[in-house]
Design a protein around this ligand. Structure first.
Ligand code: SF4
Length: 361
């Protein structure tokens, strides 16, 4: 006779009980999260999972949807070889506009456009290894200072690896409110998707960001070939670094990239993943970011059904996004309000995580 305990995935009553525990402050274990990833689409457990994710969102974060936008401020010919990226070194894909760092006027226009699209923040994203001290840091800080002073939207940056603490401190002083730096995936899977820099270099950058006082925006990409166990490992690492915002992207397989032939994640699997992340990281801002359109198709609005409280609006780095009006309608449909005013970052977590790998003190 088997002594295996029933999985949470097949027990909607146990999922509902787990919701109450999370609302009361309990932390979901990695084992529980892994079991929830096996929920069968369309089942009672699926309904319980998504209903629970919405209750947890409402309890910890209310009913406001945050919107961010990004600008490819330096596009193409990247030195790095991230396997999902059209801008990676040696990629054949040329179906986007490559350019050097944009002039201040273009950044100002993009700020206006982001605001008109309902975004509260605009992140300047550069396709390169990262930022080093010297003339490059001076140039970037000068541009960020002008960008932050225009006041249209919150001035965020996503500039890759930071060489040292001084780079982060200078960017903070120039006015950068939030630094975006994704973990991308689980530590144990990272070497499969990038060979030109390491997971540890990314963690060092996260340490500099947190110490500088900038907010941290850090998430990753689902669907690059990682296992379900590695998705939970990734979630544990996110819990560990405590980002202010967690953008969850789904692989958009772009022709010419190394992952160009991988199929997109099935829609239900994507929604289950988002809902499990909401259970696992109940009080964090979780954003549905790149790849959601190709993954969810006409079910795109269901990201709100799965407990996210933020969306990326406008276009992505090399692909098109969804019209802002869509998100307004979708938010209303799920009983949420769009938050479009310029906002400061949420207060950074104060408690130490007790690890040498993380930046918190
Ligand atoms: S993801 Fe960023 S660092 Fe990696 S290849 Fe693309 S632009 Fe370069």
């Amino acid at each position: 006779m088997s002594t295996t305990l029933p999985s949470l995935a097949t027990d909607p009553v146990a999922i509902a009980k787990l919701v109450e525990e999370v609302l009361a402050g309990a932390e979901l274990s990695a084992v529980q999260a892994r079991e929830l990833l096996d929920v069968e689409p369309g089942s009672e457990s699926f309904a319980a999972l998504l209903t629970g994710a919405r209750r947890i969102r409402e309890h910890f974060l209310g009913n406001r949807v945050k919107c961010c936008s990004i600008l490819n401020v330096k596009a193409g010919n990247c030195s790095e070889n991230c396997s999902y990226c059209a801008q990676a070194s040696g990629q054949a894909s040329t179906e986007y506009d490559k350019h050097k760092w944009l002039p201040d006027e273009d950044i100002a226009v993009a700020s206006e456009s982001a605001k008109a699209n309902g975004a509260a923040a605009l992140g300047l994203v550069a396709a390169w290894w990262g930022v080093k001290e010297g003339s490059q840091l001076d140039m970037v800080c000068d541009a960020v200072e002008k960008f932050s002073q225009n006041g249209k939207v919150r001035a965020d940056v996503n500039l890759g690896i930071l060489e040292n603490q001084n780079c982060a401190d200078r960017l903070k002083k120039a006015g950068a409110a939030v630094y975006g730096h994704n973990l991308e995936t689980a530590r144990s899977f990272f070497d499969n998707i990038c060979g030109t820099h390491s997971f540890e270099e990314r963690m060092d950058t996260i340490k500099y960001i947190k110490k500088s006082g900038m907010g941290l925006c850090s998430g990753g990409i689902i669907g690059m070939g990682e296992s379900k166990e590695q998705r939970i490992e990734f979630a544990e690492q996110l819990r560990f670094i405590e980002p202010n915002m967690i953008p969850i992207n789904f692989l958009n397989p772009i022709k010419g990239t190394k992952l160009g032939d991988r199929p997109p994640v099935p829609a239900d699997e994507a929604l289950i993943t988002l809902a499990v992340l909401r259970f696992f990281l109940p009080d964090r801002n979780i954003m549905a970011a790149g790849g959601k359109e190709i993954t969810l198709g006409d079910r795109l609005h269901e990201v709100f059904a799965a407990g996210v409280n933020a969306v990326m609006v406008g276009n992505y780095l090399t692909t098109m996004g969804t019209a802002p009006d869509y998100w307004q309608t979708a938010a209303t449909r799920w009983g949420l309000n769009m938050k479009t005013d310029v906002e400061t970052i949420d207060e950074a977590p104060k408690k130490s995580c007790g690890s040498n790998d993380c930046g918190c003190d």
